[in-house]
Design a protein around this ligand. Structure first.
Ligand code: SF4
Length: 347
């Protein structure tokens, strides 16, 4: 009885190929059955064990009795099919809720996945921070955001960003496991260059990531150009200083030769002056990188979005430097799904 209860809590989505091969063997099946199961779950994206015709009925019955397929329950979507941004609400088996955001831009369909319920980091401009930290998501709970949404839309999701609720590098191993599942050639098979992990700059984890040689794109949520200012809006900088962060990004570049993207949320009278732009250029120096300027999406609180004129002046100043600069004009602010706006407000 206790074995059945334990197994019923075991979720297949999130298991890697070796785990599914081991599981098959545990139930007297050949390891090849694990590969078939992996293929059905991540490539064919089956919605039920009953539909996996490649597996013997006896094994399907074991799966039905002892396992659940989906770790998440879809609750609702905000935003119509014709809108360019849609927000999805899910419930975990432990009842907490999380959000994901889907964005359409020409041929690109990007899914922003959550990695934690709430967040402990306390960035002063962020809605998720107001929830506090509740728990880490498993790799399965991260991957299932993709599987459920991808099965419900006409197009294929082309890009994944780990930039929803939570700080990915404070849930490092589950995030890496999920990225590997997104990338696996016998499964979802998304190119590593279409998978971006965004961190506020947890320095030991950036170094670990660089040492382990992962190929996924790395983005740093910088948002400031000097230590004192950054501590005020991102108190985590007291522990992970801006200078150490730049050193860690240099190390990443030297180790991998891959460009990091610095995300810079532009807030009125906080970090949006020409002097701020010049300090940012000095801070980054000749570090090869990209800079993505994100005009702030207003939530309740003291921070405001700069005028369009001020945004353009800031961007033009940086454009005159050697960096590749882009501006992310927000999508989805009307449904609170812009960057820094995700927070589950209902119980
Ligand atoms: S911006 Fe990201 S890291 Fe900072 S509090 Fe919000 S969710 Fe956490």
């Amino acid at each position: 009885m206790s074995e059945i209860i334990k197994r019923k809590n075991s979720q297949i989505i999130g298991m890697n190929l070796t785990e599914l091969e081991d599981l098959s063997e545990e139930f007297s099946q050949s390891r090849f059955r694990g590969k078939q199961l992996f293929n059905s779950v991540y490539k064919q994206r089956t919605d039920s064990f009953n539909n996996i015709n490649t597996l013997p009925i006896v094994f399907r019955d074991i799966l039905l009795e002892k396992f659940v397929l989906h770790p998440l329950l879809f609750i609702k979507k905000t935003g119509s099919d014709s809108e360019l941004t849609q927000k999805y609400l899910f419930q975990l088996s432990t009842q907490e809720k999380i959000e994901s955001v889907l964005m359409y831009e020409e041929k690109r369909v990007t899914l922003c996945v959550s990695t934690q319920v709430g967040c402990a980091v306390d960035c002063k401009f962020c809605a998720t921070a107001k929830m506090g930290f509740i728990k880490n998501l498993t790799a399965g709970e991260i991957i299932d955001q993709y599987l459920i949404i991808n099965n419900s839309i006409d197009k294929e999701i082309t890009n994944i960003v780990f930039m929803g609720m939570g700080e990915p590098f404070l849930n490092y191993q589950q995030v890496i496991n999920a990225a590997m599942l997104f990338n696996h050639k016998d499964g979802i098979n998304l190119s590593s260059q279409r998978i971006t992990i965004s961190t506020v700059g947890i320095i030991p984890k950036i170094n670990q990531y660089s040492e382990e040689g992962h190929k996924y794109k790395l983005a740093i949520s910088l948002n400031s150009n000097h230590q004192k200012q950054r501590v005020q809006i991102m108190p985590i900088s007291k522990t992970h200083s801006i200078n150490d962060l730049i050193k860690a990004v240099w190390h990443h570049y030297k180790k991998t030769k891959r460009l990091v993207t610095f995300e810079y949320v532009l807030m009125e009278n906080v970090n949006d002056s020409i002097a701020d732009a010049k300090r940012l250029i000095n801070l980054i120096g000749d570090l090869p990188c990209k800079v993505n300027v994100i005009p702030y999406n207003e939530i309740d609180g003291p921070f405001k979005r700069p005028s369009e004129e001020k945004i353009n002046k800031f961007v033009n100043q940086i454009n005159n430097s050697n960096f590749i600069v882009t501006v992310r004009w927000s999508k989805g602010t009307d449904i609170n799904s812009g960057c820094g706006q995700l927070a589950v407000l209902e119980s």
